[in-house]
Design a binder for this molecule. Structure first.
Ligand SMILES: [Zn+2]
Ligand SMILES: [Zn+2]
Length: 282
């Protein structure tokens, strides 16, 4: 996978707090993340072979380093006769994305099987019996949403605890709701964002894994981070005690940084950040 990427950057495979995350993320170049446990893709800067089988895609915004792969994905899935894929995009971007995909269908004289779903903050989608997607607000230079994946558990209500299995089955057959729903926030991802995201989407602090862009690291890049609505490492330091996450996976580093510079900058982090932060680097 090298060659096409800056030195030391490229395909990454990590496991953060038990959740495998794989992909590529280089600011302005390409971002996509495979979440094998959820059979879902986050972002789509390009469509490599091994993601074609994923039928759920969550795109945070229309910058091409996050969405350019979508048409290619649709075309290749159609050639392989795969069933329809569902693509979540920010509601304001749904119409231009649909027009773009339609133009590609016209060019290829073929109908893709892509369902473009407008995503609005607060929307909830059941991905599986045990997995729910919640749309979070975004904060970036173009319309953006974030995504939260939660495990859904159905726990027996306390008042039925001690009952025999047959008794519970009998109550259930009579229509009694014997379970309560419990949600465990597994992974949150706000897409590209400025530090305002922490006020807009406080859910970020509570997910087991926070996948967070951190495009900029050094003091001389502070203004650049503000101007382009990206996270700077200082934004994390200012909130160091608020993160209740087990792991914070930092990603989307500027192409200007070498991997050793990135690692050095993160090595200098104080606790409690140091023990949680993982760099999304090969
Ligand atoms: Zn980006
Ligand atoms: Zn962007």
């Amino acid at each position: 996978m090298a060659g096409d990427y800056p030195e030391g950057r490229g395909r990454v495979r990590i496991e953060a707090a038990g959740i495998p995350i794989e992909g590529v993320s280089i600011a302005g170049h390409e971002s996509f993340y495979k979440l094998p446990g959820f059979r879902t893709l986050l972002e789509f800067g390009r469509a490599p072979e091994d993601v074609l089988g994923y039928a759920t895609v969550c795109v945070t915004h229309g910058h091409l380093d996050h969405i350019a792969g979508l048409a290619h994905f649709a075309s290749r899935r159609r050639l392989q006769d795969l069933p329809p894929a569902r693509v979540f995009v920010p509601a304001e971007a749904a119409e231009p994305v649909a027009r773009w995909i339609a133009a590609c269908e016209e060019l290829e004289r073929i109908a893709y099987r892509l369902e473009i779903v407008p995503a609005r903050p607060g929307d909830r989608v059941q991905l599986r019996n045990d997995l729910e997607l919640t749309v979070l607000p975004g904060r970036h230079r173009v319309p953006t949403v974030g995504y939260l994946f939660s495990e859904v558990r159905h726990k027996l209500r306390d008042e039925f605890a001690g009952l025999a299995g047959e008794e519970i089955a009998r109550l259930r057959s009579q229509g009694t709701d014997v379970t309560r729903r419990e949600e465990v926030p597994l992974l949150a991802y706000p897409g590209d964002c400025s530090e305002e995201i922490f006020d807009a989407a406080p859910q970020l602090f509570a997910a087991r894994v926070l996948l967070l862009e951190c495009s900029f690291l050094f003091p001389e890049d502070r203004d650049r981070a503000r101007e382009y609505a990206h996270i700077h490492l200082d934004d994390l330091l200012a909130r160091a005690d608020l993160f209740r996450n087990e792991a914070i996976v930092l990603t989307h580093f500027s192409q200007r940084y070498r991997p050793d510079e990135i690692r050095d900058a993160l090595r200098g982090l104080p606790e409690p950040l140091a023990e949680k932060v993982v760099a999304f680097l090969p």
